[in-house]
Ligand binder design. Sequence first.
Ligand code: DC
Length: 227
Amino acid sequence: MEKFITVAIDGPAAAGKSTIAKRVAKLLNYTYLDTGAMYRAVTYAVIKAGLDPEIEEESVKVLPGLKIDLKEDGTVLCNDEDVTKVIREPIVSSKVSYIAAMKPIRLALVDMQREMANSKNVILDGRDIGTYVLPNANVKIFQIASVECRAKRRYIENLEKGIPSTLEEITESVKKRDYIDSHRDFAPLRKAEDAVEIDTSDMTIEESVDAVLAVIKEKTGIEIPCH
Ligand code: DC
């Protein structure tokens, strides 16, 4: 049976995990799975159904029959609807931490993630991949950056996308999400004991990609293509 390689990248919000994971996946020809997008898709489904995303008994009503597809081109489908853009809107971002703290929702999504990861070479990014979803992942990375740095990156991203925001607002929201993500009861954000920590505060995207590739090479012995 072919042995597939699994790379887990966990870390706090806005640490650049998805940017790095996407680039590494492309270089290695691995499938990239954005698990945060799945929590966002559920949040969207809850709001769309007119339910309160802060109340578990209401939110879990969307679970029966829920279908989430992460396409290779980055498109996210929720019950066959293209939600790629709307799940990045503030209405979803401001509620997703509540949804991600609900155990029945986590269990349902973790099942889907394990299923998606078991038959190919994959890179997943999230909060609990190395600690809970795939504790036997071949490579575990904990990617961090300072709050100031993450807030500044998100602020510049918003400016480029024309989304109005202030640096103070974003700093507060990053801190709040850090707190909720790392203080929830079930599968909180935490560095796995065998994860390699990479602090990207003073790194460019290219340097961060190289740092992740170096860990993958060290842990798996695979050849890294020239890039
Ligand atoms: O990475 P992101 O900002 O798209 O994640 C959205 C939310 O989902 C965030 O509050 C953390 C949560 N999340 C999680 O709890 N576990 C994961 N594996 C991925 C994301």
